[in-house]
Every structure is written in C-alpha cells, then in structure tokens.
Design a protein around this ligand. Structure first.
Ligand code: CO8
Length: 260
C-alpha cells in the first residue's frame, strides 16, 4: 500500500484504522485529502482480512471542516467539483462494505461533522465538540449535513445546529444521539478497537446486508424498505455464515464466520 500525504493507515488483526493527518490546519479537508481517502477506501474494500474500519483524526481534533483557505479563493465550478468529490467519498463511507466507526477527539465541525455522520457508529472523547458552523461563513452544510444530520438527530436538533451554527459539547451530542458513547480521551481508541473487533467477529455478509437494508430504507418508502429487508433476509439463508451462526448457537459454541 502506498504512503499517503494526508492519511495514515494501520492494519491490526481484522481491523483497519485510518487517521486523517493534516495537523497544521486541524485536518481541514481539501481535494487532495478526499482523493487520497477515496483511493485508500478502494484498497481497503478489497481486503477481506479487514472486517471493520475506524476513522479518526488523531487525538487533538477530528476535522475542523472544509479547508476555508482553499474555498475562499475558489470559483463556483471548482467548488462544484470539490463538493461532488466530497459527496462521492462520504457516500463511499456510508455504503462501505465494512462497518465504519468514527472515533472523535476534539472538533468535528462543518465537513468534519458531516464526515462523522457518514460513518455507521460515532463514539467520542469527552473533549469532542460538534457543529455545523457554515451559516457563519455565509454558506450551508454541503457534504450531506442538511440530510444526514436530521436523519440522525431529527429535524429539531438539525435545525438548531444548522441555523445557529453553534458548537455543542460531547455530553449534548450524546443526549441528542449524535454519538452513542463518550469516553475519557485516554480510553477512546481502546474502546474503538474493542468495538471494531466486536463487529469484525460478526458475519461480514450479514453485516454488509444489514447496512444495505438500513441505507436503502433511508432512501425509500417504508413499504419498499420492508420488502427489501424481507428479500435480503431470505437471501442470507443461502450463506454458510447463516448455517455456522445457527449451528454454533445450537452446539453452544462461538461462531466462526467466514463471510461466505
Ligand atoms: N480551514 C482551513 N484552515 C483551518 C480551518 C479550516 N476549516 N480550521 C482551522 N484552520 C487553521 C487555522 O487557520 C489555523 O491556521 P494558522 O495556524 O496558519 O493560523 C490553524 O488551523 C489552527 O486553527 P486556530 O488557530 O483557529 O485554532 P483554535 O484552536 O483557536 O480554533 C477552531 C479551532 C474553533 C476549530 C477554529 O479553527 C475554527 O473555527 N475553524 C473553522 C471552523 C469552521 O468554520 N468549519 C466549517 C468550514 S466550512 C465547511 O466545512 C464546508 C465544507 C464542506 C465540504 C467538506 C469536504 C467534503
């Protein structure tokens, strides 16, 4: 795997850890970082040994948003390309073929909060802060924030965050369901690894299809989402993992899922 300028990738046991790495600008996101992330995700998606992914910004900050220096000078057509790339990468994460956990230290603002929202599970350090401050820059959230935020926390809190641009602390983020757990900063990565290993031990096929049903449901009517779920559920009976899971239960042992 090649070296990246804005990312660090580690592979341990069955989990992958991506660390965003533009510390001088608090991981502010530019096109180069997004392109590298797309490339890395492509490589990881084909690696069957990796069964769960952690995305973090390191121990100081998650992401302080899109790169304002870059955006401030850009022409509209350049911004159209940039935001399309952002959507492509964030959608890739949301629809990734492995579960993705965001481990958030420090600020997750603007495009950073949106990046966390594209992940499946968000856990945060007690120093984490969240916000969609774009309104204060004369713009709006553009990397999915107007859509994913309200789906996660409901329109009431999404309106509040997007309209005021206020930054909230981890405890409020937990209260509104933006994150599922808060830990002391020193324990966050240990917990993220623990959670990733827990997910990595499940059936990769069932994991992928559960995610597919949830994502499909967010874009469809209840009846078509339910129909999709039924079909996918039945399809799982064609897998070895279903047989292994049920046999292991009956034989009172731990299942060993192979992703087949
Ligand atoms: N873009 C570029 N540079 C940034 C950004 C940013 N978003 N945030 C911080 N930096 C830079 C600062 O300019 C500073 O650089 P320098 O040392 O050269 O002056 C360095 O990072 C450190 O920042 P601060 O000195 O400001 O650090 P503080 O600890 O005092 O403050 C804050 C931290 C509160 C995070 C503050 O930096 C801040 O408010 N940043 C901007 C937050 C913001 O408005 N984010 C939203 C941006 S708009 C957006 O995200 C839409 C993009 C959608 C597409 C995303 C990609 C798909």
């Amino acid at each position: 795997m090649r070296e990246f300028k804005n990312l660090i990738y580690q592979n341990e046991d069955n989990i992958g850890i991506i660390t965003l790495n533009r510390p001088k600008v608090l991981n502010a996101t530019n096109s180069e970082l997004l392109k590298e992330l797309a490339e890395l995700l492509d490589e990881i998606s084909g690696d069957d040994k990796v069964r769960a992914l952690i995305l973090t910004g390191g121990e100081k900050v998650f992401v302080a948003g899109g790169d304002i220096q870059f955006m401030s000078q850009a022409a509209p057509l350049e911004m159209e390309k940039f935001i399309a790339l952002g959507h492509k990468v964030y959608d890739r994460i949301a629809n990734f073929n492995k579960p993705v956990i965001a481990a958030i230290f420090g600020m997750a603002l603007g495009g950073g909060c949106e990046l966390a929202l594209a992940c499946d599970i968000r856990i945060a350090a007690d120093n984490a802060k969240f916000g969609q401050p774009e309104i204060n820059l004369g713009i709006i959230p553009g990397a999915g924030g107007t859509q994913r935020l309200s789906r996660v926390v409901g329109p009431g809190w999404a309106n509040y965050l997007i309209m005021t641009g206020r930054i909230i602390k981890a405890d409020l983020a937990l209260k509104i369901g933006l994150v599922t757990e808060i830990l002391p900063a020193g324990q966050l990565m240990t917990r993220a690894r623990e959670l990733a290993l827990e997910l990595a031990a499940k059936s990769p096929v069932a994991m992928r299809l559960a995610k597919s049903c949830i994502n499909n449901g967010a874009n469809s009517s209840l009846s078509s989402g339910l129909l999709y779920e039924q079909k996918v559920w039945a399809l799982l009976f064609a897998t070895e993992d279903q047989k292994e899971g049920m046999n292991a239960f009956l034989e009172k042992r731990k299942p060993e899922f192979k992703g087949k």
